[in-house]
Design a protein around this ligand. Structure first.
Ligand code: NAD
Length: 501
């Protein structure tokens, strides 16, 4: 399908502005490998202008600054954004599909989630008003204390390409709800819907500078944003390698960061489950979003007594997956994002072969698709825990399978990773599921399912998957400073520490 891609500039201070260096980056349709447009490549000079705009919007005029508005006031804008996204859903869905390569049915869910996330954080903004002047009980009657929750200030938001507008929304919505102003830097591999979001900001009359959007390469835009002294916080979603660099840079300025990073999540299947249901969830948990999900449950641990039958079912489910242009009806697996990502995934698969693993299913380009970055859903067996394919995040449609014989062994194998984002467990024994949920060193556990993610529930990782929680009532806290105000309520009574003069 051919979709006209709007040609946009950088979105700064409510206006579309050409980048100072006038450079642009091509947009490549991952399904056809054709150039379908371009985006601006901002640089440090543009970061400077955008951060100043965000700072002015935060404290523009006394009494009229974004930071000083009530939560109820900000909620009106967030609700208007949600309504506008819903009104223009079809446009956003098509742009997200062509730019990211995800099946259009998934893009529909993403854009619905974008609207509901803005709606949810409108409610959080309103709730914030009621939480102000929160009283704190003190052990001395002479003093009274209350707590204020105040916006952190200007925040830098850096996001990846797998859920382009949704990952940006997980940050923009709570940041704006909290009263922060922001500079968003989406991924250079899929920026179209994030740029288009600038148009929505203007349509709902968001004050200029409250949100600024700079597209471009990580080192050109992301790095100067992270090291800018007038940015008060960085919220980052992306790879652990980049997250580590961002944390090092932020440390120079002693600046807070939240990091939502990579994963290599386990899925544990016991022998008491309905094999068909568990097999479908296993396939979904790894091959959804073309396998490019931070929380992909890509390490399957299956009880040895059902392993052969279960693997057989996985293959049967995989054979049914429709691999096609993401716009085709019924598509369930589109192309991966780029040539670079395609080559990286193929290298992981060939390394697995040379390390002695068996490619049981898939492992190559689907025969019927000659163009585009398509990779078959791939199932790998005969794996040892030292293999690269078992230990590293592939970020593609690749499922690794190992067996276990006892609950303890399953937990040990599941936790034997440097990552700690998510995990899934399948069993009819819910007490066992509870025990395992507690034992898993991760930020999210799915029981008898994999991947459902709700705006109301906290999201984030442990270990090398990062720290901080997005979404839910925890999401807004990322963008708030806590300030205590303590007052001596005894009028004119001397403190009495020194002798009177
Ligand atoms: P990436 O780390 O390559 O890039 C992420 C963003 O950082 C991009 O906008 C990029 O331009 C920018 N960037 C790159 N170098 C930078 C630098 N030096 N300074 C500042 N910014 C820089 O990640 P990606 O390939 O876009 O995304 C895939 C990764 O994201 C995977 O590891 C995946 O697990 C992770 N991810 C995590 C979550 C989560 O919630 N934990 C969600 C989605 C994706």
């Amino acid at each position: 399908m051919s979709i006209p891609i709007p040609s946009r500039q950088l979105f700064i201070d409510g206006e579309w502005r050409e980048p100072i260096k006038k450079n642009r980056i091509p947009i490549i349709n991952p399904s056809t490998e054709e150039i379908i447009g371009d985006i601006p490549n901002a640089t440090a000079e543009d970061v400077e202008i955008a951060v100043s705009a965000a700072r002015r919007a935060l404290k523009r005029n006394k009494g009229r600054d974004w930071a000083a508005t009530s939560g109820a006031h900000r909620a009106k804008y967030l609700r208007a954004i949600a309504a506008k996204i819903t009104e223009r859903k079809d446009h956003f869905v098509k742009l997200e599909t062509i730019d990211s390569g995800k099946p259009m049915d998934e893009a529909v869910l993403d854009i619905d989630d974008v609207a509901s996330c803005f709606e949810y954080f409108a409610g959080q903004a309103e709730a914030l008003d009621a939480k102000q002047k929160y009283p704190v009980a003190l052990p001395m009657d002479r003093f009274k204390c209350h707590v204020l929750r105040e916006p952190i200030g200007v925040v830098g938001l850096i996001t990846p390409w797998n859920y382009p507008l949704l990952m940006a929304t997980w940050k923009i919505a709570p940041a704006l709800a909290a009263g922060c102003t922001a500079v968003l830097k989406p991924s250079e591999l899929a920026s179209v819907t994030c740029l288009e979001f600038g148009e929505v900001c203007n349509e709902v009359g968001l004050p200029p500078g409250v949100l600024n959007i700079l597209t471009g390469l990580g080192p050109d835009v992301g790095a100067p944003l992270v090291s800018h002294p007038d940015v008060d916080k960085i919220a980052f979603t992306g790879s652990s390698a980049t997250g580590s660099k961002i944390m090092a840079s932020a440390a120079q300025l002693v600046r807070p960061v939240t990091l939502e990073l990579g994963g290599k999540s386990p899925i544990i299947v016991f022998d008491d489950v309905n094999l068909d249901t568990a097999a479908e969830w296993t396939i979904f948990g790894c091959f959804w979003t073309n396998g490019q999900i931070c929380s992909a449950t890509s390490r399957l641990l299956v009880h040895e007594s059902i392993a052969a039958e279960f693997i057989d079912k996985l293959v049967k489910w995989s054979e049914k997956i429709k691999i096609s242009d993401p716009f085709e009806e019924g598509c369930r697996l589109g192309p991966v994002i780029s040539k670079g990502q395609y080559d990286k995934i193929m290298k992981y698969i060939s390394n697995a072969k040379s390390e002695g693993a068996t490619i049981l299913y898939g492992g190559s380009r689907p025969e019927h698709l000659k163009k585009g970055y398509y990779i078959q859903p791939t199932i790998i067996t005969d794996i040892s825990t030292s293999m690269q394919i078992w230990r590293e995040e592939v970020f593609g449609p690749v499922l690794c399978v190992k067996t276990f014989s006892s609950e303890d062994e399953a937990i040990d194998l599941a936790n034997d990773t440097e990552y700690g984002l998510a995990a899934a467990v399948f069993s009819k024994d819910l007490e066992r599921c509870d025990r395992i949920s507690k034992a898993l060193e991760v930020g999210a556990v799915w029981v008898n399912c994999s991947q459902p993610c709700f705006t109301q529930a906290p999201w984030g990782g442990t270990k090398r998957s990062g720290f901080g929680r997005e979404l839910g009532e925890w999401g807004i806290e990322n963008y708030l400073n806590i300030k205590q105000v303590t007052r001596d309520i005894s009028t004119d009574e001397p403190w009495g520490w020194y002798k009177s003069p």
